[in-house]
Design a protein. Structure first.
Length: 369
């Protein structure tokens, strides 16, 4: 039997870890176990890429010729597909304009259409055009949650969308010594006894409301607040509120970006409480990662996060400051985390995502017979 050749655009691994890198890493770590497929992973830094996935007989690494995204989509990828006689090419959000094989696209969310108030007009216009075109010309459309699936179907008129949900990197489940981790975080970053919010900076992520509750409910008297994430869209409400704080309170607020995975893991394991107050998400993996590590975790109850039923007692309305504050206190005192972790494992796993991916592939193949 001839192997199915699958190309995967892995350019996101050339930057900082984000939701798409977590998704590709978790999904394909399982998929490369499929002996009936041969995979072609492409990026600029294929040495680093190989440290992620390792060496396998059915896996070929290909280095892009340029870091320019337009050249990559217009020339590099079509040439790679043609040269290697690829059957399927898998992309995140946007596919090349020239189609040289069957396309698979994962659209993680279309939040800019559901919550336009949180996104610049140019961003909304550009991505609506690109995402819709990518979905329409792809043979298989994937998303990461039932919420995002429904919104893609609604906005783009795509009938068949398959869910290949995110899950948690196995390293988060590994045992660790809490006190040793906390000492290391304090030594490296000068932070101790802290709340943690991991997310890139956008107004919808709700950094400002968490900061406001942290300050006005006087949590700064016993804790610090740590934000980890790269800047994406300016949150002026946060900036203005922070600027008006006294220096004594500012000293309890820490912001880090460009954090590598090893340091991120340290921060997650060392925190007293993981808070995820985002207003809208296509999935929302950080609260699952902190929960997997046995960290007290609270998160919003909206959009895709409404599916986190195992966290229902720890969820809050992200627009309600009193509710957020109540759940902060609950999170710090609740002891039922092992049960929640067990329930989470039943719902989200990379093995299940792999099975769902294979089923989507077989469904398409069967439809063409």
């Amino acid at each position: 039997m001839q192997k199915i050749k699958i190309f995967v655009d892995c350019h996101v691994f050339d930057g900082n870890f984000q939701g798409t890198t977590t998704y590709i890493k978790g999904l394909y770590a399982k998929l490369i176990q499929e002996v009936n497929c041969h995979f072609f992973f492409a990026a600029n830094d294929i040495v680093f890429l190989e440290t992620i996935f390792g060496a396998h007989k059915n896996l070929t690494y290909i280095q892009y010729k340029t870091k320019n995204k337009f050249f990559r989509l217009l020339f590099d990828i079509p040439n790679i597909i043609k040269k290697n006689k690829i059957d399927y090419a898998h992309f995140q959000y946007v596919v090349p304009p020239v189609k040289k094989c069957k396309y698979i696209v994962t659209i993680h969310d279309v939040l800019f259409l559901d919550f336009p108030q949180y996104f610049p007009l140019g961003y909304r216009l550009k991505n609506k055009l690109l995402f819709k075109r990518s979905a329409k010309c792809s043979d298989i459309v994937l998303s990461v949650s039932e919420y995002s699936k429904a919104q893609i179907q609604k906005h783009f008129g795509i009938e068949k969308v398959f869910v290949t949900a995110n899950a948690v990197d196995p390293i988060y489940f590994e045992a660790f010594d809490k006190r040793t981790i906390q000492k290391e975080v304090e030594r490296k970053f000068g932070v101790n006894n802290y709340f943690l919010f991991v997310s890139r900076w956008e107004p919808r992520k709700n950094h400002h409301r968490l900061l406001k509750v942290f300050v006005e409910k006087e949590h700064y008297k016993n804790h610090s607040l740590v934000f980890i994430g790269d800047k994406a869209i300016e949150n002026k409400t946060y900036t203005d509120y922070y600027a008006g704080l006294p220096e004594t309170i500012k000293a309890k607020i820490f912001t880090f970006n460009k954090v590598n995975f090893e340091d991120l893991l340290l921060f997650v394991r060392g925190t007293n409480l993981s808070v995820y107050p985002s207003i809208a998400e296509g999935f929302g993996i950080p609260p699952l990662e902190s929960l997997a590590a046995g960290i007290p975790t609270i998160c919003s109850n909206t959009t895709a996060m409404a599916d986190f039923h195992f966290l229902k007692d720890c969820q809050f309305d992200p627009l309600n400051e009193a509710d957020l504050n109540t759940k902060i206190h609950f999170g710090l005192t609740n002891q039922d985390w092992p049960k929640m972790i067990s329930e989470m494992k039943l719902v989200y796993s990379w093995q299940k995502a792999k099975t769902d991916f294979i089923n989507a592939l077989y469904d398409f193949e069967a439809s063409k017979k």
